[in-house]
Design a protein around this ligand. Sequence first.
Ligand code: AGP
Length: 345
Amino acid sequence: VGLREEIGEQPAAIRRLLVEGREAIARAAAAIRAADVESVLVAARGTSDHAAIYAQYVLGARHRLPVGLATPSLVTLYGVEPAFRHMAVIGISQSGASPDVVAVLGAAHRQRVPTIAITNTRGSPLAESADHVIELHAGEERAVAATKTYTTELVAIALLSALLADDQEAASDVEALPAVVEAALEVESTARQLATERAGLDRCVVLGRGFEYATAREWALKMKELARVIADPYSAADFQHGPLALLEAGFPVLAVVPSGNAQDGLVELLGRLSAEFGVDLVTVTDRVGESRLGAATMQIPGGTPDWLTPVVSIVPCQLFAYHLARRKGEDPDAPRHIRKVTLTR
Ligand code: AGP
């Protein structure tokens, strides 16, 4: 089983999580509700850290919970255990193995605040260090690059949010995701074509905003590790505070532009980048017939609420990076220099 198969397994993996993981997610939600939680800290690395960024927006937008990204080096390099008062601490890691992520949960556990592990690996050090374990049920992920563990991490966070709010409508929207992700896989021929036309791509910026900032970061990581593209991800807001100076005619700009609060500003910005600088724009969107986004568009199904769209919008990005890697002669199943499990301390 290789990367392409694992991309295709995502609907089934999400379906499994929604059934087999629901009770554990409900228990974690109950624990957060029972404790005097005023904010959340998330410890994670790499792709899992992008799921943490998604959690910042979901728990922030839907629960008014400030969510911080942990600084594990404080614990491991400087020997400082932050004061976690009134916090819940979540560790996200498909392998559950990285010592620095585990160290943050260990510190939180010693301070007796609720700890939750979101992991694909039962019995892993991360799972062992947490009060509550949300298993992803994604099945073994063999490809070095994470795909199905990323989307299941997002869905675990989304369902946690729905159950935390006791929000039936939100829970039904989450349950609709496997079918939507299935439909999004149909974009593959477009993704392949757009990647093939860009066989020389070796640098780009990747833009998203709000819920889709996580997608921009994850798309950029897939571009780097699979296709060896220097891909620099930005929030569309931050991008205008300096990096905009990079642009010139033909500069590749990848952007995630779904419906929702971020859409108008993004469409306007991208229209300007095309008109003023003549950038080479590739977008992922659920909007139909938006001429300012240009022709190089990977269409995802509409109708999904914006807070859940990142589960869907990453699919064309994964396929684009996969096909670009193949076109460039890279082996998408075995990127050079890196391993499936990276242990950082
Ligand atoms: C994913 O594509 C990467 N190869 C890598 O960044 C990975 O996500 C990171 O090492 C974290 O792994 P974990 O989820 O097992 O902790």
